[in-house]
Design a protein around this ligand. Structure first.
Ligand SMILES: [Zn+2]
Length: 452
């Protein structure tokens, strides 16, 4: 093993000692905590108002309405507000415009800027609800509705945290920004990516980013795995279905691809383990999902009552969703699949294929010693009486754009809500969890902007 540089060792020992020391401290009652507790009803009402604006994506409904609501709220709290439409981004149209809002509050002197970024879109409702998905009913300390946990509850908690902090520290230095952005659920191109391309996340203007996605109130999410989506097509030759020997079945060739995946690729991926603290445990390895396969004639409409024509399929397409680790290189990831396909080309008669890249995201992970990580870790310890768990998300979220386009590394996801409830029927957020995470966010602001 390589020797660690002395300063790194010292630093890690200090960090360890510091965290342990804080764990043993009792919860200190704090004026800031009382201020947040006093805003409980406001927090509930704010969350309910946000849920009652259905911002379904796709197609992207009521984006203007939710941005106008947030603008009204934040202007009243002394923020200046900019509304930005991501014109020309995927899905943007006059019927479904991609609206974003960035609100900024400047303190009494120069200092750093802390930015809270939440997406305001929610996924489709789906079946199985026993509550009104847009009713935002409060029952037994939980608010129910689509987007409560992912992630309007986190957005509301960050607003309450900022407002409470400003009330307690009107003389703070630096700035606070709160953004509500579009389309995270469909890739974030009309939201954070659009803003990042226009300099909104330039490290010269923003120094710390917290994304209140529902990762549980005691976890700090440092980043996410990488993604590669591709479409593999196997080639065949059409012929009459009664004489398949006169054609060449593209679906059988795809069957050989799947057999090769089962025999060599899946075991190879399962053998790759990451040092990233990915949750859940199963996602600590490389994974590949066969997203879909289509071969043969196009599917007919559901009301078509006729039979298919007897043909040998001359093409078959498969979409793969490969999630990769920070230790892997994207070229190597693609190379494994290409090597498998080339092997089949060499060994299986008449096998031919094409492959097309569809989408790729580089893995990202903030340094555990980054300032925003350490600040939020200390705040969690103070509020919850125990240190945080550091995690990495199996799937991606908007941190990718802040890192890759904005070049801003000092970014984490931290917010209330139980990750497993995201996109589920009867999604809910616990009021107590929102209060606790608002305290963590406010305490982080206090350390970063008020030096306490
Ligand atoms: Zn989300």
């Amino acid at each position: 093993m390589d020797a660690l540089p002395r300063c790194t060792l010292l630093k890690s020992r200090l960090t360890f000692w510091f965290t342990e020391d804080q764990v043993t401290q009792p919860n200190t009652p704090d004026a800031l905590f009382n201020e947040i507790d006093s805003r409980r009803d406001d927090l509930i009402a704010l969350t309910q108002d946000l849920i009652r604006i259905p911002t379904l994506n796709p197609p992207g409904t009521n984006y203007l309405e939710i941005c106008e609501y947030l603008a009204g709220r934040l202007k009243a709290s002394g923020f200046s507000v900019e509304m930005i439409r991501a014109e020309g981004s995927p899905g943007d149209s006059d019927q479904y415009p991609r609206w974003n809002i960035v609100a900024r509050h400047d303190g009494q002197g120069p200092g750093e800027c802390v930015h809270f970024n939440s997406h305001h879109d929610v996924v489709e409702v789906g079946n199985g609800w026993t509550f009104d998905p847009f009713g935002a009913e409060l029952k037994d300390g939980k608010i129910y509705g689509r987007g409560t946990c992912d992630m309007k509850g986190g957005l509301a908690a960050s607003i309450i945290a900022a407002e409470a902090f400003i009330a307690m520290h009107p003389d703070y230095h630096g700035a606070i920004e709160i953004s509500g952005t579009a389309d995270e659920e469909s890739g974030g191109f009309g939201g954070v990516a659009y803003l990042a391309e226009r300099g909104w996340f330039d490290p010269k203007r923003v120094q710390h980013v917290i994304i209140p996605e529902p990762l549980n109130k005691d976890r700090i999410c440092l980043g996410h795995r990488g993604v590669w989506w591709a479409e593999i097509e196997t080639k065949g030759r059409i012929a009459h279905g009664s004489m398949p020997f006169l054609g060449d079945c593209a679906v059988r060739h795809m069957g050989a691809v799947i057999a090769e995946m089962e025999g060599t690729l899946f075991p190879l991926l399962a053998s790759k383990r990451t040092e990233m603290p990915v949750v859940p445990e199963g996602a600590k390895q490389s994974t590949l999902n066969i997203n879909s396969i289509h071969g043969g004639e196009a599917e007919q409409a559901e009301d078509y009552t006729g039979l298919p024509a007897p043909c040998v399929p001359d093409r078959c397409r498969m979409i793969i969703d490969r999630r990769y680790l920070i230790e892997e290189d994207l070229g190597e990831v693609k190379g494994e699949v290409l090597a498998m396909l080339d092997y089949l080309k060499d060994t299986r008669s008449d096998f031919d294929y094409e492959i097309r890249d569809l989408h790729e995201v580089i893995p990202t992970m903030a340094d555990k010693n980054a300032p925003v990580v350490q600040t939020v870790a200390r705040a969690i310890t103070k509020v919850l009486g125990r240190g945080p768990e550091y995690v990495v998300s199996p799937g991606t979220y908007d941190q990718k754009h802040i890192d890759r386009i904005g070049r801003l590394k000092n970014c984490i996801a931290y917010g209330p809500g139980i990750l497993d409830l995201a996109h589920q029927p009867d999604e809910w957020i616990g009021v107590e969890d929102m209060i606790d995470s608002a305290k963590v966010m406010a305490l982080s602001l206090q350390e970063l902007l008020a030096g306490r």
